[in-house]
Design a protein around this ligand. Structure first.
Ligand code: MRU
Length: 354
């Protein structure tokens, strides 16, 4: 099941010559419609335009995008198929730079080649690639549930929990990461109250997280990002929980812009900050968060972000989509293999490393 009955964040229809359906996240919460992708270009565009977004979901879409991109060479010889596979993965890797899950999923698709020796035809190789995309999707479902179980243990009954952006079923295959923790705690009978940062400029909190929480009947209150300090000071927040787009070897964590501010606020108010993410969000090749590429997005997302011109068009705009929270501000990283606390290089290597 998807995040909501009868709805899936993304779903593949048919065999390797089939197509991909994505829940169009730019239209939520007012319209619940799917976008149909029948070629790799439309998947690239859907990722870039945030019709599908959230680190794990981007990886899943890209894996299926590889299958779409290879449909035209299914009957071609092995060399042509291999050349196209390389071109398609390189192309999809250029859709967004920060979430490492995208590159992880594409590398996994490229590695299918090594297991393919018996296949003897491009069509069989293509079928194996769809099997791999489906396997990644299925594993992501199990991962989200495991993250939920490990994280729920950290939340006390009747906690107020603040979250930022959307790390729910819309951002992964089913249960999400940060929201999986809340969904699981609720399933366990814990009574939570969630504060949802609206998450400017693109309002993933207001449009997507608020929608998911309403669908699941979890008590929640929407706040503007600038209100987080005040609700903390009023004693309404006992934990902050977010997802992640890339975690460096030392635990520095890239997530939606505004997460770093929340981390500083949480520390000032002595509130734990938990980051929930699958192991494939770790990038152990990066020594620290300084090496994480930060996506820069269009100025219009700020000046026209609410569908209306809200600033003079001549004004200069800076629009980084992500920021990096230093590991020292993070109380625990919650993975499908268990929590990492304290967040140290050694503890990360022990749980996530090769
Ligand atoms: O720009 P977005 O909407 O793709 O940013 C998403 C986030 O920052 C999420 O918090 C992150 O990807 C974790 S999703 C489980």
């Amino acid at each position: 099941m998807g995040p909501f009955p009868q709805l899936e964040t993304l779903r593949w229809v048919g065999d390797a010559c089939g197509h991909l359906m994505l829940l169009d996240q730019t239209r939520l919460p007012t319209e619940v419609v799917e976008v149909e992708c029948r070629d790799v270009e439309s998947v690239w565009q859907a990722i870039r335009a945030l019709q599908i977004r959230g680190a794990p979901a981007i990886g899943l879409a890209a894996a299926y995008g590889v299958c779409l991109g290879l449909q035209s060479v299914r009957e071609a010889d092995e060399a042509a198929f291999r050349t196209r596979l390389e071109a398609v993965t390189r192309y999809l890797a250029g859709s967004r730079p920060t979430a490492v899950n995208l590159f992880w999923a594409l590398e996994r698709m490229q590695r299918v080649e090594q297991d393919w020796r018996d296949a003897r035809s491009s069509a069989a190789w293509h079928d194996a690639l769809l099997d791999e995309a489906r396997a990644i999707h299925q594993q992501d479902r199990a991962t989200c549930h495991a993250i939920g179980r490990h994280g729920a243990a950290l939340l006390p009954d009747q906690a107020g929990v603040l979250t930022h952006c959307n790390a729910g079923g819309l951002a992964a295959s089913e249960y999400g990461t940060a929201l999986a923790v809340l969904f699981t705690a609720q399933d366990q009978g814990k009574r939570l109250h969630v504060f949802v940062d609206e998450t400017r400029p693109l309002l993933q909190g207001a449009r997507l997280t608020a929608w998911e929480l309403v669908q699941r009947g979890i008590p929640a209150t929407l706040i503007c990002d600038s209100m987080a300090a005040q609700v903390m000071r009023e004693g309404r927040v006992q934990a902050v929980i977010t997802g992640a787009d890339r975690i460096a070897a030392n635990g520095d964590t890239a997530n939606k812009i505004g997460t770093y501010s929340l981390a500083v606020l949480a520390r000032a108010h002595n509130i734990p900050l938990y980051v929930a993410a699958p192991c494939n969000t770790f990038d152990l090749s990066l020594d620290s968060g300084a090496g994480i590429p930060i996506e820069q997005r269009a100025p219009e997302e700020i000046t026209l972000g609410l569908g209306k011109q809200i600033a003079p068009s001549e004004i200069g705009v800076y629009n980084p989509a992500f920021d990096v929270t230093p590991a020292a501000y993070i109380s625990a990283l919650i993975t499908e293999r268990g929590p990492i606390a304290p967040v140290t290089r050694e503890n990360i290597r022990r749980l996530v490393g090769p």
